[in-house]
Design a protein around this ligand. Structure first.
Ligand code: CP
Length: 317
């Protein structure tokens, strides 16, 4: 699988990750998925290593899939830490929390934080490998990696695929990481949503911006619907939820404009009936459940490649 190595590297985002590194992670994730689907999921690849999940914001999928990923990789000790159940709740600073975890001999810290740049700050404060599990509206690299992996299970290549990302791009770290990753891998990336959520300036990232969802979805290979992040929206970016659903929601009528074999994706959690109609979310075109399953395999690949290294050819799975 080539000479690329991620050993000892932090994963802060996809902006500074090369196409070869992305390919390596996706290739190794394919082997990891064989483990996830097997009866005996425990392999000794991370034996003796320790990982801390430091989640300063809520998470269901990312946190539990990183935890399972560490456990499937053969007894890596995974500890979950959040503000409410730790001394952060007593006022201990973020820096002191990081230092404390580092003194314990942790190999990697998987981190979610509301502040953009918190994982970068952590790389300068402590020694363990830092893996960004979402920082503010900046990046969520493992989500974009699992999205690309899920596309590649159905399509031969990302090169030239029309991938439409719809919704609240401005508040979305998922969108940003997908834009960086997909454009590096040669996809034709389109963004769509209200003018308050999708700025024309985004075209500088090598994508096409639309404010008419029908125009965006026409002939699409992949439609990736983003969650309206109600918790991050502090001013009215659209008149009402009903109006958003009517104009920008993805339903079967809009999907008819896409290719017959269009894939529908959503990173979760969904606001069903707002950005996506329930019958679309659970249709044959939807790969939302597969995205969740693939999240474990992709995170296994990221933990293995950053902590142990290798190029995947040594893995017999
Ligand atoms: N997609 C995603 O990051 O989901 P969680 O917030 O549940 O981790």
């Amino acid at each position: 699988m080539g000479q690329v190595s991620l050993k000892g590297k932090h994963l802060l985002g996809l902006q500074n990750v090369s196409p070869e590194e992305i390919k390596l992670i996706l290739d190794v994730a394919k082997k990891m998925k064989n483990i996830v689907l097997s009866d005996d999921k425990k392999v000794p690849l991370l034996k003796g290593k320790s990982i801390i999940n430091l989640f300063m914001e809520p998470s269901t999928r990312t946190r539990s899939s990183f935890e399972l990923a560490g456990k499937y990789l053969g007894g890596a000790d995974v500890i979950n830490l959040s503000p409410s159940g730790s001394s952060m709740g007593k006022g201990e600073s973020f820096r002191d929390t990081l230092l404390t975890m580092s003194y314990m001999g942790t190999d990697a810290i998987v981190m979610r934080h509301s502040a953009e740049g918190a994982p970068l700050y952590a790389t300068k404060a402590v020694d363990p490998i830092i893996i960004n599990a979402g920082d503010g509206a900046h990046e969520h690299p493992t989500q974009a990696l699992l999205d690309m992996y899920s596309i590649l299970e159905k399509k031969e290549s990302l090169e030239g695929l029309k991938v439409v990302i719809i919704g609240d791009i401005m508040h979305s770290r998922v969108a940003r990481s997908n834009i960086y990753g997909l454009t590096k891998m040669g996809a034709d990336v389109h963004l769509a949503g209200p003018r308050t959520m999708v700025y024309p300036e985004l075209e500088k990232l090598g994508v096409t911006v639309h404010h008419d969802i029908r125009e965006a979805v026409a002939n699409a290979d992949v439609v990736n619907v983003l969650r309206i992040q109600l918790e991050r929206i502090h001013s009215a970016l659209y008149p009402t939820n009903r109006e958003y659903a009517r104009i920008f929601g993805i339903n079967n009528e809009v999907l008819k404009l896409a290719k017959d074999d269009v894939m529908v994706m959503h990173p979760g959690p969904m606001n069903r009936g707002l950005e996506i109609a329930p019958d679309v979310a659970y249709s044959d075109q939807s790969v939302i459940q597969e995205q969740v399953r693939n999240g474990v395999a992709v995170r296994m690949a990221v933990l293995y490649l950053t902590i142990i290294g290798g190029d995947g050819s040594e893995l017999a799975y």
